[in-house]
Design a protein around this ligand. Sequence first.
Ligand SMILES: Nc1ncnc2c1ncn2[C@@H]1O[C@H](COP(=O)(O)OP(=O)(O)OP(=O)(O)O)[C@@H](O)[C@H]1O
Length: 249
Amino acid sequence: MSMLHVEGLSKSFGGLKVTNDVSLSLEAGERLALIGPNGAGKTTLVNQISGFLGADAGAIHLQGQNVTHWPAHRRVRHGLVRTFQISKLAPALTAIDQVALAIHQRDGSINNMWRRKTSYGLVLDEARSILEALQLARLAHTTPAEMAYGDQRLVEVALALALKPRVLLLDEPMAGVPKSEAQLILDALERLPADLAVVIIEHDMDLVFRFAHRILVLANGAVLAAGTPDDIRRNEIVRAVYLGKAGQL
Ligand SMILES: Nc1ncnc2c1ncn2[C@@H]1O[C@H](COP(=O)(O)OP(=O)(O)OP(=O)(O)O)[C@@H](O)[C@H]1O
């Protein structure tokens, strides 16, 4: 059974079809990249899958369960977690506190007055191990303002991991990150749990072609092509519409 199955998803804003009959499937451990020119509908599709935007037509199944009409927070509880293009970090909190807060949120313990100190110790242990897994332990006691931008993006990935996703949607983790920090991001993404299913929106083709097992190309809201990185690299239509024009192949 697929971890995520999207069938015929569509959405229009006025007369503009922003997603047009999009289907995709994702197995545990798979890395799928969503690429396409600006305005192709990538973020809209991720907004729909994560429950931030409804669908005019189509269905979304998470591990066989129909979640099409579920609100975003319910999808999160069932393992469908996303990050955003724009930073959502709390400016005054250290990385470890932010991750600990996300763990509390996941466990529903944030308002639990009777929380025992021992359980808080366990939360901190877990927060530390999430940071370590992404090689971010060096940032544990650092606030976002004191971090390089690439590190901030990675702490956001750590926050998403704290929610124990089975499917992780990453919206442009490389956006705004200077080239000098790009390798750091790629290294961290390659250390994501092997059984996690990942959908990544990304304009950086180096990252896309190194990270993705499969690539789905969107243009004008519709699927233009889908296949392995080699298939996509060789696809003449994709080259003409997107990759060739971007001069990145
Ligand atoms: N709330 C909205 N109301 C009206 N139009 C919208 C809305 N959100 C997105 N759009 C339009 O939908 C189209 C797709 O936008 P979307 O942000 O999904 O594209 P994208 O592929 O993610 O682009 P980018 O690579 O620039 O992030 C664009 O033409 C955009 O202007």
